[in-house]
Design a protein around this ligand. Sequence first.
Ligand code: PLP
Length: 402
Amino acid sequence: MKGKTMKIAQRIARLGTETAFAVSAEAAAFAAEGRKVYPFHLGDMNLRTPANVMEAAIKAMHDGKTGYCPNAGIPQLRETLAADVSASHGIPYTMENVAIQPGGKPTISKFFLTLMNPGDEVLYPNPGYPIYESQIEFHGGKARPYSYIEGERNFEIDLDMLARQITPRTRLLVLNDLQNPTGAECRAAELEKLAELVRAHDLYVLCDEAYFDIRYEGRSTSFAALPGMAERCVILYTFSKKFAMTGWRLGAAIGPREIIDIIIKLNVNDESCSNHFVQYAALEGLTGDQRATGQILKTLRERRDAAVDRLNSIEGVRCFRPNATFYLYPNVTGAMQKKGLTDYDAFRRALLHETGVSVCTRLHFGRPLAGEKNFYIRLAYAGIDTPEIEAGLDKFKAFIES
Ligand code: PLP
């Protein structure tokens, strides 16, 4: 093998990644030295999948649901999910609007493959889930970022910036309402303004609703439910977060039938079908006892409050208390100044090495934009218990204030 120069396809140069995985590797290396790590960098959950969901998967295996199944997913799951999302969104979906996927993530690339031509421009959130930027560019599109700004109670989309980014070549919008990393949630006025822009510029929309059900009070509103939007929106649905099923890999693309039919054809080409017996587990998740999912939210909320209270007690740190997601995106500009640091990675590493607190920073959520003046880090609290949150953030405080 030595000495051979591989002729890798050119498109691979445009493929991005989730650099947050490198933070996990650094934290693991630090832990391997026998040091204590407080894992706030993880997007993963340390909560167990509900027992009834696990049992349904085991039963399905024993019942022989171990062969291929329909490319679009088993009909019972498509029907049940369509009914569930119709009820929560107020949109009349049927099973023809649902294509089951091996996770939420595959909907991202399948959306671009279906609707984006090379050179088309796509509006996407930055800071945001890094896979949008990667997949837009990989498939030959032009990624046009829009940003978030600090509002009174939470982050808000910078709608002026978003409108300025629209050109005659803009074709698609990616909206991750209940957002990773900021925890932002659009207010009604923001959603309406976005719908106006979508209508005016004839855009299609990827509604990444990975966190639609991870909310602590009130009900989520889907952008797809606004007048005229359902026919323009593909919803990324996932079982990962609500049912603590990140490793099971099951989700869905939900949208207009013409688009879903193409996505099903992409399923045929990519993976034939999603895991057969896992679909019976998901069915149990949707229709069975909901007590465990309620407990998941209760635990997450307790963690959120512990983390926000402690972060806001640290000099130079300012953190909203988002009503959704399991992420916090505090402004740490003052804290970094206090430590004499102007570099994200230097701050992140100093924090890890001095306290064991492992976080992601703004750099892990897209290429920084010109003119950014404030510094942010992202803490996830889905993979760390409350006593550890408290102990870790007490060390964080002592480090900043020392
Ligand atoms: N979209 C967003 C915004 C996410 O944060 C994630 C996972 O962290 C996903 C999609 C993918 O979720 P899944 O695990 O279902 O593929």
